[in-house]
Design a protein around this ligand. Structure first.
Ligand code: MN
Length: 493
């Protein structure tokens, strides 16, 4: 049956009282299609706005209203399928998924069941240890979002906001190919990166534009698959990891105590870091799916698909491979640089015509590090690519040391300005004048006769002397020159 499944690495096993356990994870991601209008009506998809401002008669399910497919949403789903290296189905069918919810005025959701628009595909994960994990995509289908019930406006009424009702969603279903919370987090993150490159979903999880249903089960390594539980609507990558870790532990505990897992839908409580039961899991037949009689099967030509394919941007995996080949950066650095298209573009502007490895180092460690710390996006960076490139130029031509470069970066970050001019006006130039360095070395040696004695027995202490000389020169001495002069004066080597 399911024995062909990938098995976890021993390092991913969870230890239980009765031995090792393997966690099996699959994700169903709902991604809001980037489009101005809804899937079957012309109403706006804009976020915010007064409740029920963006609702057409179709979205409100007024009797006799008919849905009309939005071609742009279909194109976005096809682009996404192509980006996931998936098969595109030239004919697909919309079905009614019947259930009652106060914020679902139709009494059914228009979705796709047996014939989705996109079939099997692949997402590649770059794990921190360098391993590339392939996660299969089972399918992608188009469907409508529901509205929202609002319970906190009145003590005895519930209000309904239909602004989201009818907004196009892509439900992207993975195969149960993930074996740890970290892999699930990497999958979600990679999927979001791909969607954002494609421009088919903004991936904004805070606004609910991307949310994950997480299927978790446990088994003895390589054994029979266990019963799974589905954790609904997890809305952050971090929570996905926490929910999986908690849920796997919970299931192991129950089985090891002699119990059995009930298939059910659960909710993750971020405050407590726990999952709790929401309802027993419904089966597909509970929804009484049938083809929507208001909609013809969705058909398009291979030529149209080819046209969309020709218009796709360079995607993260291809960009990463090109960065490795073209700039000589490590696979991990290439992955970090290509997480966002805007970051990759920024890096290329810095690297152009310069030492690409030093550029990568500065973009990743100094710039990304600082942006992360301050919660800023690359678009909000106070330091431009031209400015950072200017700093790299000054390091490479020996005008400033690495240490001074960090100070210079700080000045450019907070005050702006041209790096080259700043080095002149602030007197930041590296001291390569050996006479000045010798004087500083002499001073340090004269002030520390005891240390001079010690270093003869322990040459690794040279670092301490270098530090003292750098201090004396305000960090501006050329470190290489300091090393050489020190060694000569102390008679090392
Ligand atoms: Mn769905």
């Amino acid at each position: 049956m399911f024995t062909a499944f990938r098995t976890a690495k021993p390092s991913q096993y969870l230890k239980g009282a009765t031995g090792d356990w393997e966690v099996i994870i699959g994700l169903e991601v709902h991604a809001q299609v980037a489009s101005n209008a809804k899937l079957f009506s012309g109403a706006s998809t804009a976020f915010g706005g007064a409740p029920n401002d963006h609702v057409s008669l179709v979205d409100a399910a007024m009797p006799g209203m008919l849905p009309v497919i939005n071609e742009e949403c279909v194109a976005q789903a096809v682009r996404t399928g192509l980006g996931l290296e998936a098969e595109i189905n030239l004919k697909s069918v919309f079905d009614r998924k019947n259930y009652f919810y106060p914020d679902l005025p139709q009494g059914y959701q228009i979705s796709q069941y047996k014939s989705p628009i996109v079939g099997e595909g692949t997402v590649r994960l770059d794990m921190p240890d360098g391993e590339v994990v392939e996660v299969g995509v089972e399918r992608l289908h188009l469907e409508q979002d529901a509205g929202k019930s609002i319970h906190d406006q009145s003590p005895n009424h519930t209000f309904v906001d239909l602004n989201r009702s009818g907004v196009a969603l892509m439900e992207i279903v993975s195969k149960p190919d993930m074996r740890s919370g970290d892999e699930a987090k990497a999958y979600l993150s990679k999927l979001r990166t791909i969607l954002r490159y494609l421009g088919t979903c903004d991936g904004d999880m805070d606004k609910g534009n991307m949310r994950a249903d997480v299927n978790v089960s446990v088994r003895k390594p390589g054994g029979e698959l266990g019963t799974r539980c589905e954790i609904k609507n997890v809305n952050s990558i971090r929570f996905v990891g926490q929910a999986i870790d908690y849920e796997a532990r919970r299931q192991i505990g129950i089985i090891e105590d002699g119990g059995t897992i009930k298939q059910e839908t659960r909710l993750f409580d971020p405050g407590k870091g726990e999952t709790r039961s929401m309802r027993s899991k419904e089966e597909a037949h509970d929804y009484r799916y049938f083809p929507d009689p208001d909609l013809l099967p969705l058909e398009f030509t291979q030529a149209w698909v080819d046209e969309l394919k020709a218009g796709l941007p360079e995607l993260p995996d291809a960009k990463k491979a090109r960065f490795i080949a073209q700039y000589g950066v490590t696979p991990y650095d290439a992955m970090v640089l290509t997480l966002e298209k805007a970051s990759a573009d920024f890096y290329e502007d810095v690297a152009k015509g310069r030492d690409a490895k030093i550029a990568a180092n500065w973009v990743i460690n100094e710039l990304f590090g600082r942006l992360n710390k301050e919660g800023k996006s690359i678009e909000e960076s106070p330091v431009s690519a031209a400015q950072l490139g200017g700093i790299v130029d000054l390091i490479v031509d020996g005008t400033i040391s690495g240490k001074i470069a960090k100070d210079l970066f700080e000045i450019v970050w907070t005050e702006g300005g041209d790096p080259k001019t700043l080095v002149e006006t602030r007197g930041l130039k590296q001291v390569t004048d050996t006479g000045a360095i010798e004087a500083a070395v002499d001073a340090v040696i004269a002030a520390n006769p005891d240390k001079v004695e010690q270093i003869k027995a322990k040459p690794t202490m040279a670092g301490w002397f270098v530090g003292q000389v750098m201090k004396q020169t305000g960090g501006k001495a050329n470190p290489q020159a300091v090393n050489e002069i020190l060694k000569a004066k102390l008679g090392l080597e």
